[in-house]
Design a protein around this ligand. Structure first.
Ligand code: UDP
Length: 329
């Protein structure tokens, strides 16, 4: 089959592209390279441009017989979304609106959407179920939820099949070390700790140690990026076989505290990483852990790398061999 991957040069997008190539599927990438990296793409047809460019979208749909879309392209920084909410409505909601409109126009009826645990906001229950309330606490989560709803109504009205995948904390990298995680600026815990291990920053700040958790630091559910990639492929297959419109959590089901992550990084890297407690980061819930039973039962998803040490090891394989990320590679 032929799958269009929007945002295919980003972190999760590029790992999904690689995974699809390994399954011998035809992949076409659409990316404006604002955050993604050309060097993350290997032997794949790509179009450079924006989802807001409807002329380009027509061209992509006319030139290729696309069976399904996996839609990653989005802005995804919680803090930035608080400062620039309209940019998030523009880049996320408006761009996706154009993509959906063009998909319907060109009779491409299957879309897998990259959603987020941020759609839940402060959770009422742990582990979080897909049926739990969705009350986002920031514009990032709000825009992803708006898109989920746009997809639901497009299914009802036009028969556009969709699956929304709500990820928890993506981590790790291609085990072969071909591609990895490279954000500028970096805000995610594991790459930050690994950069500190490489001496690229002066230690790590622990954002708060007075949360109601066993060691006082926040707990998150880390999930290997290739396990996420596998779930996208299964979701595409589900849509092509059965159609429909649904939402799935993707997480490990196990939580790790910030201190446990730092300790695991010390073990894997064999480096003495300095960590100091600093004030809480605004908007961080104490604990986010997914129930992914639905994805396992309905999609047949089987995560392979659910051990934190393995995720950190794979991330370290990449970081320690690409100290400047994709630059000069
Ligand atoms: N965190 C931290 N120091 C950092 C970066 C992150 O203590 O330099 C904490 C953050 O407060 C959260 C956890 O690590 O509790 C995971 O944060 P990340 O930004 O990686 O993912 P998020 O859960 O916000 O999507």
């Amino acid at each position: 089959m032929t799958i269009l991957v929007s945002g295919g040069a980003g972190y999760i997008g590029s790992h999904t592209v690689l995974y699809l190539q390994q399954q011998n599927e035809e992949v076409i990438v659409l990316d404006n390279f604002s955050k993604g990296h050309r060097n993350a793409l290997h032997d794949v047809k790509f179009y450079e441009g924006d989802l807001a460019d409807t002329v380009l979208l027509d061209k992509v749909f006319q030139e290729n017989k696309i069976d399904a879309i996996i839609h990653f392209a989005a802005s995804s920084l919680v803090g930035e979304s608080m400062e620039k909410p309209l940019d998030y409505y523009e880049n996320n909601v408006l761009s996706t609106f154009q993509l959906i409109k063009k998909a319907v126009e060109h009779n491409v009826n299957n879309i897998v959407f990259s959603s987020t645990a941020a759609t839940y906001g402060e959770p009422k229950n742990i582990p979080i179920l897909e049926t739990d309330p969705t009350i986002p606490t920031n514009p990032y989560g709000e825009t992803k939820l708006a898109i989920e709803k746009m997809l639901k109504w497009s299914y009802e009205a036009y028969g556009l099949n969709s699956i929304c995948l709500r990820y928890f904390n993506a981590a790790g990298a291609d085990p072969e070390g071909k591609i990895g995680e490279d954000h500028t600026p970096e805000s995610h815990l594991i790459p930050i700790v690994l950069e500190a291990a490489l001496g690229q920053r002066d230690g790590v700040k622990i954002f708060g140690d007075d949360y109601p958790t066993a060691d006082g630091t926040c707990i998150r559910d880390y999930i290997h990026v290739l396990d996420l990639a596998q779930a996208h492929y299964l979701a595409v297959q589900k849509l092509l076989n059965d159609g429909g419109c649904d939402v799935f959590n993707l997480g490990n089901g196990h939580g790790f505290s910030v201190k446990e992550v730092i300790e695991t990084c010390r073990k894997v890297t064999q480096k003495d990483i300095k960590a100091d407690v600093s004030p809480r980061r605004e908007g961080d819930p104490a604990q986010l852990i997914a129930s992914s039973d639905k994805a396992k039962n309905i999609l047949g998803w089987k995560p392979h790398y659910d051990n934190l040490e393995t995720m950190v090891q794979h991330a370290w394989n990449w970081h320690s061999t690409h100290v400047n990320g994709y630059k000069n590679k």
